[in-house]
Ligand binder design. Structure first.
Ligand SMILES: Nc1ncnc2c1ncn2[C@@H]1O[C@H](COP(=O)(O)OP(=O)(O)OP(=O)(O)O)[C@@H](O)[C@H]1O
Ligand SMILES: [Mg+2]
Length: 635
């Protein structure tokens, strides 16, 4: 039998009842047939035993009458010993247990077995004697299932004796037994045959049903249902129709699932690949889903977001502002756009600016289930705007400086001419001549400075061959005053006549900034090395160019500072610095397809402190170069 399960039916445990239709039908039929055959047997036995009993009484009466008649004839013929014969003959009959003939008083005269002297009437038999009517036989039961018939033996009107016949009940019982046995055998054959028939018939129901059940399970458990379907239609009846309908339903579900899967993968790929941060929050402002970009923005892993609230993952006050925005969308059910959130990655980290928009996500047409948050990192935009503002300011300052330099040039020319006239055409005494010479010298310096200032401003848009004196000498003369004041010893290691194909104005800006930074970092008595040598690219040796070195014995940089020096607006100089110097320098070096390397050490790191900037500029910047790292910082 198949599996049995405990099921509560109306509070009763049906542990024993089979679960499959097949075995239920089988068990039901067998039970029904066993019960009906049992009932039939009981009724049959009852009716047959009544019948047998009735026949037994008739037979018994008949046998008693037969013994009495034979005895009467024997007595009339005056042959009383014939009575003994007929008693013995009747005693041989299979349905007779015992026969005896008594006198009217009940004394035993003849018996079918044994000796008459040894037999006496029992009390129950004696009790019958007064009730015996003249002619009729009388049947009666006594003892344990014993039946007897008694018939008076008459000759004329004289009562000559009594003929007693006791029946042998085993004969009756055998008859009942054989009826019972044959009906039982028939019943058993009937039960087995009909059970087999039911088993066969039920297969046509249970098999397709088992197929259907397997199919339903496969449909529920597996997301991919293609392998198991369509289900085979093995029968052509209502169940076959049901399987066909089921197959059609599965095909339509598969179609719907495919459509749904397509939509889901579309949404998933949108969520994963959208270049903006996306997050979904529930009413308690907990994340239910976020994409990778959003996780990158918060700095926590994707899985850490799920179930966490906004303040748990975002710093204040951005978290509070976003939380308020999300709650506002939940209550108003309207989107909120372009909320600016600001924060910082850690105490010393980068400041960031996000632009967030929130919108309601409805699962039913009425209720807002989640709020979707779109976040864009606007830090770069913000910084560029800031940089643009500052650059514009710088450009304006540059223009102003250039126009001032230009305006100074005219009176300066007049002064120089006048000093020349004074020197050459006036008869001056020696001390006065000395003063004039000094004035001429200083006027020349002013002229040089104004020339430099103008040169910085009027950058040539085309690269030209520029000499080292023009690139480095001019910068050093610009810083001549500060270098002297701070008593910084300058070591020049370059050939002033060596030249390089470059945007000279822009490269001058690079060196001016490097020298300016070195001067800022170096204390009085320090040293500054400015070197330029023909060299080759240390990453691509086939490329020839010039390697510049600007080294100082200044304070040096901490590793955290060193990492960020090329960022726009990163400065440690608070009010005096803009933090744009190295950022612009890097842009210029990249434009020349050059490389910059920084090594720096603070006093805390041991030995002498200082910073070395090494820059390689290829001598043919028009040559296209492969992508390569431009910056390398070292301790
Ligand atoms: N030679 C150096 N020695 C020590 N620190 C340096 C040196 N050069 C650059 N730095 C560090 O790098 C930072 C960034 O330099 P950058 O030239 O970009 O900006 P700045 O000098 O601060 O300002 P700006 O050049 O706009 O006036 C400096 O603030 C300084 O901390
Ligand atoms: Mg600087």
């Amino acid at each position: 039998m198949e599996t049995y399960r405990s099921e509560e039916v109306g509070g009763l445990s049906m542990r024993w009842w089979p679960r499959s239709i097949r075995w239920q039908m089988f068990a039901g039929l067998v039970l029904l047939e066993v019960l009906s055959i049992g009932l039939f047997e009981a009724l049959l036995i009852q009716q047959q035993s009544r019948e047998v009993h009735k026949r037994m009484l008739q037979r018994l009466s008949h046998e008693a009458v037969s013994v009495a008649v034979q005895a009467t004839e024997a007595l009339q013929e005056q042959r009383p010993n014939w009575v003994g014969f007929s008693v013995k003959m009747m005693g041989e009959s299979p349905s007779v247990a015992f026969v005896k003939v008594t006198d009217p008083a009940g004394n035993v005269l003849y018996v079918s077995q044994g000796e008459p002297e040894q037999v006496v009437l029992e009390a129950a038999e004696r009790a019958q004697i007064p009730r015996i009517l003249n002619n009729g036989p009388r049947t009666f039961g006594f003892g344990k299932d014993r039946w007897e018939a008694v018939k008076p033996i008459m000759t004329g009107s004289d009562l000559r004796g009594l003929a007693w016949v006791e029946t042998d009940r085993t004969w009756d019982f055998q008859e009942l037994d054989s009826i019972l046995r044959s009906t039982l055998i028939f019943g058993a054959i009937w039960v087995v045959a009909s059970a087999l028939l039911v088993l066969l018939l039920s297969q046509s129901i249970s098999r397709p049903l088992a197929i259907l059940r397997r199919g339903t399970r496969a449909l529920m458990n597996s997301p991919d249902i293609r392998g198991s379907f369509p289900l085979p239609v093995s029968v052509h009846n209502e169940i076959g129709d049901l399987i066909e309908a089921f197959n059609r339903m599965v095909a339509s579900i598969a179609e719907q699932r495919a459509g749904l899967n397509d939509t889901l993968s579309l949404l998933d790929s949108m969520l994963a690949n959208a270049p903006i941060g996306l997050a979904f929050c529930d009413r308690r402002c907990r994340f239910v889903r976020v994409n990778k970009i959003f996780a990158d923005m918060t700095g926590a892993s994707l899985s850490r977001h799920l179930g966490r609230t906004l303040p748990e993952l975002l710093p204040q006050p951005a978290a509070q502002l976003l939380e308020e925005t999300v709650l506002r969308v939940f209550t108003s059910e309207e989107p909120v756009r372009d909320v600016e959130l600001t924060g910082q990655n850690g105490p010393k980290g980068h400041p960031w600016t996000w632009l967030a928009s929130a919108y309601p996500v409805r699962t039913t047409s009425r209720q807002v289930r989640w709020v979707g948050v779109i976040v864009m990192d606007a830090s770069d935009r913000k910084r560029s705007e800031e940089a643009l503002r500052k650059t514009e300011k710088l450009a304006a300052t540059g223009r102003l400086a250039a126009s001032i330099a230009h305006e100074i040039n005219n009176p300066l020319e007049a002064i120089t001419n006048l000093l020349f006239l004074l020197h050459n055409f006036c008869q001056l005494e020696d001390p006065a001549l000395n003063y004039v010479a000094m004035a001429e010298h200083e006027a020349k310096r002013i002229a040089e400075i104004t020339q430099q200032t103008l040169r910085f401003y009027r950058q040539s848009t085309l690269p030209t061959r520029a000499k080292m004196d023009e690139l480095l000498g001019s910068v050093l003369s610009l810083y001549h005053g500060r270098l002297n004041t701070l008593n910084i010893h300058v070591e020049r290691e370059y050939d002033p006549e060596m030249d390089l194909f470059c945007f000279s104005g822009e490269l001058r800006q690079v060196f001016a900034n490097l020298v300016g930074n070195a001067v800022d970092a170096t204390t009085a008595g320090g040293r500054l090395l400015v070197r330029a040598r023909r060299s080759q690219n240390w990453m691509h040796p086939e490329e020839k160019g010039v390697r510049f070195t600007v080294a100082d014995t200044g304070t040096g940089m901490e590793p955290e500072v060193r990492e960020r020096i090329f960022e726009a607006f990163f400065t440690t100089k608070e009010v005096t610095g803009t933090g744009l110097g190295l950022w612009v320098s890097l842009e210029i070096i990249v434009k020349h397809r050059g490389i910059v390397k920084v090594r720096s050490r603070t006093a805390a790191e041991g030995k002498a402190s200082g910073t070395v900037f090494s820059i390689f500029i290829p001598d043919d910047p028009t040559l296209a170069a492969a992508d390569r790292p431009t910056v390398a910082t070292e301790a």
